[in-house]
Design a binder for this molecule. Structure first.
Ligand SMILES: Cc1cc2nc3c(=O)[nH]c(=O)nc-3n(C[C@H](O)[C@H](O)[C@H](O)COP(=O)(O)OP(=O)(O)OC[C@H]3O[C@@H](n4cnc5c(N)ncnc54)[C@H](O)[C@@H]3O)c2cc1C
Length: 278
């Protein structure tokens, strides 16, 4: 049975006052589940530096849930990163999601740190064991990885640098996750790997997002979603069935928890959790 301590919810810093209102309502609704943590994304190159800080400050002041800011090293100097790490430490933050990030094309320099494992090392050098460090993992293989073997080796580099656990990119095929876990065991990667869960609510957005991040939508799911057209209620109902079944399979197969990509909306995650009887 799923425990609340096994779930976490991810938000992004909103850009409009309407978005701020939605996020705050969402966080207060999801607060009742007493999740392990709320995480807040960070725009690569520091594009949401202020927004991420404002969001984590609000969440710290209005909920009792531990907050985990994401930090992406691309486009920032070592000094800027150290400043942010020290700021989070001074705010009592105890968990960071350490990433490389993707710089939007045409946006400045790539920064001083090349890969996420360099950021993990920098966090350890700056704050020793203060933070629990999460990193990203890719059961369907990161789009820029040389090959599947190298991608698993990269997760090992992040674990060796001091990462405590990993959250995966979302996926809809549980076999990809279980195969990846087996590969990680073979590569002696000792950290828990929590599956990232993307509730399905819109077809076009999901396709755009998945194409960007290299997540595969199986043909049979894509075809069924496509046939619903603008019928959002049917998309949501089918999406819920798919994501609920996925979560159930993952948990039965031993997944250590579930990390929900909420896109700042509460109900799609709540519907899945209700089906899981949480
Ligand atoms: C849970 C989660 C949360 C995320 N949150 C954010 C966020 O808040 N902000 C954001 O901008 N992005 C976020 N992302 C997206 C992420 O930044 C991108 O997927 C990015 O392209 C890779 O980041 P990474 O940390 O996995 O990079 P890395 O671990 O550095 O890997 C990047 C690529 O480089 C390869 N690689 C690594 N080291 C080497 C090496 N030494 N030699 C050759 N190749 C190497 C890897 O195989 C991989 O292909 C998130 C992703 C996930 C899964």
């Amino acid at each position: 049975m799923l425990k609340t301590s096994q779930i976490s919810f991810e938000y992004f810093p909103p850009k409009t006052s309407e978005g701020v209102k939605t996020l705050r309502e969402t966080a207060l609704k999801l607060h009742q589940y007493q999740p392990h943590f709320f995480s807040v994304t960070f725009g690569a190159g520091g594009s949401t530096r202020e927004g991420t800080l404002e969001t984590i400050t609000w969440l710290q002041n209005h909920t009792t849930i531990p907050i985990a800011p994401h930090l992406a090293c691309v486009g920032l100097s070592r000094q800027e990163l150290i400043h942010i790490i020290q700021l989070y430490q001074s705010m009592g933050i105890q968990r960071i999601v350490a990433l490389r990030g993707d710089l939007p094309s045409g946006m400045g320099q790539s920064g001083e740190l090349r890969y996420a494992n360099d950021l993990v090392s920098l966090i350890r050098d700056t704050a020793q064991n203060h933070f629990h460090i999460e990193v990203a993992a890719y059961p369907e293989i990161h789009p820029q990885a040389k090959n599947a073997f190298e991608d698993v080796e990269n997760l090992k580099r992040k674990a060796d640098a001091g990462a405590n656990s990993a959250i995966t990119q979302y996926f809809f095929n549980p076999d990809a996750y279980f195969y990846f876990l087996d590969e990680c065991t073979k590569h002696h990667i000792p950290i828990p790997i929590v599956p990232g869960i993307m509730p399905i609510t819109h077809f076009d957005k999901l396709v755009r997002f998945s194409d960007m991040c290299g997540a595969e939508i199986p043909r049979w799911i894509r075809k069924r979603l496509e046939q619903y057209g603008e019928d959002l209620a049917s998309i949501e109902a089918f999406g819920l069935e798919i994501v609920y079944r996925l979560c159930e399979t993952l948990l039965k197969g031993g997944a250590p928890g579930l990390h929900f990509y909420t896109l700042n909306h509460a109900n799609p995650s709540i519907n899945v959790l209700n089906q899981l009887r949480l």
